[in-house]
Design a protein around this ligand. Structure first.
Ligand SMILES: NC(=O)c1ccc[n+]([C@@H]2O[C@H](COP(=O)([O-])OP(=O)(O)OC[C@H]3O[C@@H](n4cnc5c(N)ncnc54)[C@H](O)[C@@H]3O)[C@@H](O)[C@H]2O)c1
Ligand SMILES: [Zn+2]
Length: 357
């Protein structure tokens, strides 16, 4: 079974395919979309070994030519230097070709490969093949591509939509438990912002999800992808403020990541802490019933996500929040919950920010 979800953005529209065990169908899908048959696959050594070589064989079998380029397995690969190096390699290899870039990996590979696709010859087609839970439900969709600068994360980037997103949930079987928990934090986010049923599904299937039951994970990926696709369709470039709701938990979450030097907490863990803070602020401002807040906290706890910020002071987190683009004057713009499945965006004064440290 393969589900297709469409992101409708006029000439930038594209399908997202979600299924379990579908990887070998990617070449056929690319042919159906009339994408080029000269593939440059950007990946890392770990993902190549797990899935890249199999995919390369499937491409060769379907008559594609394929060149595989590996980058370092680290956020460090999302740098201007690596991007320039890749553009140079592609220019040497593909001078007489019209290639398509296939990003096979997590968010690091996806953001980097997408950025390279956006700038090489002012843009060549690219396909996202996300291999982490986070990448399947979040980073591969929506066209935000970027590399980091020493001054901060994602500072050099663009909106550049892929031609296809191809999410094979079977690839998630090899992820660590910590990565599954991190992905579940983003899935809880989708539940709180738009989908009470998704939230309840996570509550009801938590054991299966933590045990990496692929059918349960596939349902989460489908529903999360559908929400992100809908929000991106309504507000491709974050110009109407609608995409902001995807940042539930991220105002404080990003600040915690930055204040912790990006190695203390992984993204989903920091977002979980940020969602706890946003939930508490929502109750304090009488937007959300305490009983709903308790459900959010309880779900994050059973997933095994952190309860309190440890080892980073509240002062440091507040200072880091100034660099969040949602900070205006003395007030931070927060996505706050009104119910499970419904959020609003509000300016919150610094003194109303609740942090459990
Ligand atoms: N563009 C966006 O909208 C957006 C949204 C959220 C996050 N991001 C970015 O995404 C990045 C984080 O992505 P991530 O969490 O996927 O991290 P990642 O890309 O670093 O992947 C995490 C680790 O998992 C490994 N891995 C990948 N697939 C695997 C598999 N199937 N089995 C086993 N191991 C596998 C990778 O090699 C890596 O070591 C950050 O750079 C962040 O800024 C972008
Ligand atoms: Zn996130």
């Amino acid at each position: 079974m393969m589900k297709m979800i469409q992101v409708s953005l006029k000439q930038n529209s594209y399908p997202i395919c979600v299924g379990c065990g579908i990887l070998s169908r990617l070449p056929g899908e690319m042919m159906r979309l009339k994408l080029p048959t000269d593939v440059i696959m950007i990946t890392n050594a770990c993902v190549r070994r797990l899935h890249g070589n199999t995919l390369a064989k499937a491409f060769a079998k379907s008559g594609f030519t394929i060149k595989i380029v590996e980058v370092e397995d680290s956020e460090r690969a999302k740098s201007a230097e690596v991007a320039f190096d890749l553009v140079g390699k592609i220019a040497s290899y593909a001078a007489d070709k019209k290639p398509v870039i296939v990003a096979l990996g997590g968010g690091v590979v996806g953001d980097l490969a997408g950025f390279v696709a956006a700038v090489y010859k002012r843009g060549i087609p690219f396909v996202q093949v996300p291999t982490t839970f986070l990448a399947q439900i979040d980073s591969s969709i929506g066209g935000k591509v970027a590399v980091d600068l020493p001054q901060g994360k994602n500072l050099m980037g663009a909106f550049y939509q892929p031609k296809l997103v191809f999410a094979d949930v079977a690839l998630l079987a090899t992820l660590s438990d910590r990565q599954i928990k991190n992905g579940l934090a983003e899935a809880v986010k989708y539940g709180v912002i738009k989908d009470a049923k998704l939230f309840a599904f996570i509550e009801d299937h938590i054991e299966k999800l933590l045990a990496k039951d692929l059918q349960a994970l596939a349902l989460i990926v489908e529903r999360s992808v559908a929400i992100k696709a809908r929000v991106v369709t309504l507000d491709e470039k974050e110009a109407k403020g609608l995409r902001t709701i995807l940042n539930f938990g991220h105002t404080v979450g990003h600040a915690i990541e930055a204040a912790g030097g990006y190695d203390r907490y992984q993204h989903g863990e920091a977002v979980a802490l940020g969602m706890r803070a946003a939930t508490d602020i929502s109750v304090q401002l009488k937007l959300l019933k305490p009983v709903d807040a308790a459900r959010i906290h309880a779900l994050l706890t059973v997933i095994g996500l952190p309860k309190n910020v440890e080892g980073i002071s509240a002062r440091k987190i507040m200072a880091a929040m100034k660099f969040d683009k949602k900070f205006e004057g003395k007030q931070a713009r927060f996505v706050l919950a009104q119910a499970i499945g419904r959020v609003v965006v509000r300016a919150v004064p610094a003194q109303a920010i609740v942090l459990s440290v």
